[in-house]
Design a protein around this ligand. Structure first.
Ligand SMILES: Cc1cc2nc3c(=O)[nH]c(=O)nc-3n(C[C@H](O)[C@H](O)[C@H](O)COP(=O)(O)OP(=O)(O)OC[C@H]3O[C@@H](n4cnc5c(N)ncnc54)[C@H](O)[C@@H]3O)c2cc1C
Length: 235
């Protein structure tokens, strides 16, 4: 289950960074999205996520409000030198909870002249901050295959062949925490905390996890820079 909300917040020590702290069963994601109402305060979005026992709720509802106390009961001790999460939760006017659910990959997205893109094609866990970007890459590929063709049915099948295997792979990787597996690795090696991250995990281990995911997702710098334009814009 996840709880998420937006609050005006004073960063604990005047220094702000986007925050992500976690392991496989519990995590937070916190990031500023704008100026606050007063100097020194920031409009802050946050998500707290926790594995829950039992079946997922029947209704995948994003609009179910939860209480600050319920979230504090799970995350009340998540206090860091750089972020006072309990204070952030307490100052949040409205918090919503929702189940984190995905769907098993499917064998085709295309049926005749109809196809799927985005979350309709590959609903996945929100790992790696990239599912929305993948919807844009779907649209890019779709534009490419349809551009200048007289056979849209063949074009939609080409789009399906190009995008679906990659997105099926990413959907399954996200069940294993995708690029955020680095957080789980640190949790396993240093369950009681650490003074220096270098003592727990080596730089090349982090790089290997990150680049394996971004290459699979087609989002690594080399792949993105090497892509030729699909459509030439007339000037
Ligand atoms: C907690 C969380 C955090 C995320 N963080 C990131 C991130 O940092 N970066 C990132 O890239 N992605 C992120 N994502 C994923 C991203 O939000 C989705 O992948 C993206 O919104 C999918 O876009 P879409 O257009 O396919 O679907 P949607 O955004 O769901 O759009 C579908 C639209 O269709 C409408 N609709 C539904 N049924 C009908 C109907 N019958 N008639 C008319 N309209 C209809 C819906 O109201 C909706 O507006 C996150 C997702 C979650 C849940």
């Amino acid at each position: 289950m996840s709880a998420s909300a937006t609050a005006i917040f004073s960063p604990a020590c005047g220094l702000w960074a986007c925050g992500r702290a976690a392991h496989f069963h519990q995590r937070i994601v916190v990031y500023p999205i704008g100026r606050g109402t007063q100097r020194g305060r920031l409009l802050t979005n946050w998500v707290c996520q926790k594995s829950a026992a039992g079946p997922a709720p029947e209704r995948e509802d994003w609009n179910r409000q939860t209480s600050n106390q319920q979230v504090l009961a799970q995350f009340g001790n998540w206090c860091f030198p750089w972020l006072d999460m309990p204070a952030l939760i307490e100052q949040t006017p409205q918090i919503y909870e929702f189940p984190l659910v995905d769907r098993d990959p499917v064998a085709t997205w295309t049926s005749g002249r109809v196809t799927l893109i985005g979350d309709a094609a590959h609903p996945m866990h929100p790992i790696g901050s990239q599912a929305g970007s993948q919807a844009i890459l779907d649209a890019r590929t779709l534009t490419s295959v349809l551009h200048g063709t007289t056979d849209p049915i063949a074009a939609l099948l080409r789009y399906d062949c190009e995008r679906r295997p990659r997105m099926n792979d990413i959907t399954l990787r996200n069940r294993r925490f995708g690029p955020e597996a680095a957080l789980q690795l640190v949790e396993e090696r240093a369950p009681n905390g650490f003074a220096r991250i270098e003592d727990v995990v080596l730089r090349h281990e982090l790089d290997a996890i990150s680049s394996s995911f971004s290459e699979a997702a087609g989002l690594d710098v080399e792949t993105v820079n090497a892509r030729p334009p699909f459509v030439t814009v007339a000037r």
